[in-house]
Design a protein around this ligand. Structure first.
Ligand code: HEM
Ligand SMILES: *[C@@H]1O[C@H](CO)[C@@H](O)[C@H](O)[C@H]1NC(C)=O
Ligand SMILES: *[C@@H]1O[C@H](CO)[C@@H](O)[C@H](O)[C@H]1NC(C)=O
Length: 532
């Protein structure tokens, strides 16, 4: 039993109680006043207001809750809708929490270019990329001098010779798909397009990134000393990496799925270490120009040049980033491209006509002649415009500054931006900005075959921190798309459940998407491939 005396000694005295309520009220008042002040400071430039701001964990986890949070899909769902139609392509999003928080959103191509090309004034807020530090410091999750060192080294891995190797490897892999998975059958039905695009993107990075000999027929072998195949390990990581972000380390012993994820990480690390060891001890003079070989070569040369070479941990971490970067975005982009061609048969016909002309015998041209397949690249570009895998690129302001934007009648306006303000280069916002794109909601690849506003097309971001894998992706995508379309016509699988849907409803069903690691289709995309 607890004595009365004890209870009365812990019960708050009325004075303490009053003080507590008083301080809570003062705190809320302060939050409110700061919120008002932020609104006033940015008065000309106010966009959406919320209770809880975009940088909180809360907003990263939940869907939109009106008045409270805009949800993690905001950069995708809002497209260009929140920019005033007769004003400037810039607004501050203001929230009560974090206290005094506001972030600047931009869909003005010139302003974006200015920011992306002034890295020191507008660095990357690397703490948003913490999950990518799983294997150690790397090019994506670093800034300033360490980033510079990684970027220089990694850039020499993405060489012309590598891209040529991507082309011929993608060609072999595409033929492997058609001969051994589709088996050249009259009709091939897939319940979901990612059944092929995920392995395609994954194998491409395994082959041209790591020099592994993977094919559709021969995969999933578990080598001596391993508990999991290379492919299985990457599949698991790609699917579940977000759990690593959400859960503490000890959780990974608790559930079979988590233990498997943990094992996958250990296995991948072991595979990468083995590959590095193998290359370092090999006496071969000229290796294959895969990314890993190129990186190791550049690393060897750095010592000669008197630069600090990457440690094994840094090598592994950067190579892991290729795996991740090369996998998700590429597979989703290919999936959306095939889906878009399925619901736009006229576009597919135009594409096929060019392919047939360039590849009369069904074989890809030489790498030097890749430009002949311009329509394929235009389809890829238009897909990336409408469904950009990365929807916004975050920066922050290292100093108080002003950013120049242009209003609807062409006059320049200055947006004052205080030091440390978060800035979002709103990729989806620019891509749907009617100032740059006529009928932005219409899939029209040929807009890329004429003059188009290059600064308003930024799926790979722009400036010094733009995607280093752009050409790697373009090359594999053009090869694989051209090969598939050269032999097969692709369409959406008929389904009695959707017999009466309109074109818009179908578009809605197929292209509803969420932001995961990258933009991901929310529903399965069922496709039928019919032999030409
Ligand atoms: C459709 C395919 C792809 C898209 C849309 C894409 C998009 C992007 C974007 C937008 C960034 C900048 C991120 C930011 O500013 O926050 C980026 C960076 C990067 N990407 Fe990609 N990417 C793709 C494919 C690839 C591939 C295939 C690789 C490697 C094989 C790769 C490797 C990287 C790396 C290493 C960076 C960091 C560059 C740096 O910080 O200096 N990406 N990517
Ligand atoms: C596609 O976009 C890239 C930039 O990402 C550009 O270099 C290329 O010229 C474009 N090509 C076509 C055919 O659309
Ligand atoms: C753009 O700015 C100029 C100069 O301030 C102003 O005269 C004009 O009305 C503005 N146009 C629009 C559409 O807001």
């Amino acid at each position: 039993m607890v004595s009365d005396q004890y209870i009365s000694s812990v019960a708050p005295s009325p004075v303490l109680y009053f003080l507590f309520v008083f301080f809570v009220c003062v705190w809320f008042l302060r939050v409110y006043l700061l919120y008002r002040e932020t609104l006033k400071r940015n008065k000309e430039w106010i966009g959406p207001r919320t209770l809880i701001g975009d940088e909180t964990v809360f907003s990263q986890i939940f869907r939109p809750i009106p008045g409270i949070s805009l949800g993690y899909d905001y950069p995708w769902l809002s497209k260009h809708n929140d920019y005033p139609s007769d004003g400037c392509d810039a607004y501050f999003m203001v929230s009560a929490f974090p206290v005094g928080y506001s972030s600047l959103w931009l869909s003005d191509a010139a302003a974006i270019k200015e920011i992306a090309s002034s890295r020191l004034r507008f660095p990357k807020p690397v703490k948003l990329y913490k999950v990518l530090l799983i294997f150690g410091p790397n090019i994506v999750a670093s800034e300033f001098d360490s980033w510079k060192r990684y970027r220089r080294m990694v850039a020499s891995a993405f060489s012309d010779r590598n891209h040529e190797y991507v082309w011929y490897s993608a060609s072999k892999l595409g033929v492997d798909l058609l001969d051994n998975v589709f088996k050249n059958e009259k009709e091939v039905v897939l319940d979901d397009v990612t059944e092929i695009t995920l392995p395609l993107a994954l194998y491409m990075i395994a082959i041209a990134g790591f020099g592994r000999e993977v094919t559709f027929q021969h995969d999933g072998v578990v080598p001596h000393g391993h508990k999991m195949s290379f492919k299985a390990a990457i599949d698991i990581i790609a699917k579940d990496i977000f759990l690593k972000l959400l859960l503490p380390t000890f959780a990974f012993t608790l559930h079979p799925r988590l233990r498997k994820l943990q094992l996958a990480f250990e296995e991948i690390e072991e595979y990468i270490k083995e590959m590095i060891r193998e290359r370092q001890t090999s006496t071969q003079e000229e290796g294959r120009p895969d990314l890993l070989n190129n990186l190791l070569e550049a690393n060897g040369d750095s010592e000669i040049k008197g630069e600090k070479p990457l440690t094994d941990e840094e090598l592994i971490a950067n190579v892991f980033i290729f795996l991740l970067g090369g996998h998700e975005a590429s597979s989703q982009a290919l999936a959306f491209a095939l889906a878009a061609l399925s619901i736009h048969p006229d576009e597919q016909k135009a594409l096929y006509q060019q392919i047939k002309q360039v590849m009369p015998n069904g074989e890809l041209p030489r790498y030097e002649d890749i430009h002949l397949l311009a329509y394929s690249l235009a389809v890829i570009n238009e897909t990336l415009r409408m469904y950009p895998p990365v929807n916004a690129s975050p920066k922050y302001c290292a100093e108080d500054t002003v950013i120049t934007v242009t209003n609807a009648s062409g006059s320049k306006k200055l947006v004052p931006v205080p030091k440390n303000t978060k800035i979002f280069l709103h990729i989806t916002g620019v891509h749907y900005n009617p100032r740059y794109w006529k009928d932005p909601h219409v899939f029209n690849p040929s807009r890329f075959l004429a003059d188009y506003p290059r600064e308003a097309f930024i799926p790979f971001s722009s400036g010094s921190r733009s995607c280093i894998g752009r050409k790697f992706f373009e090359t594999e995508a053009v090869a694989i798309l051209s090969l598939i379309i050269s032999r097969y016509k692709v369409s959406i699988k008929e389904d009695p459940r959707y017999a009466h849907e309109t074109f818009e409803e179908k578009k809605q069903r197929i292209f509803t998407a969420n932001i995961k690691l990258t933009l991901t289709a929310a529903n399965q995309i069922p496709l039928v491939f019919t032999r030409r």
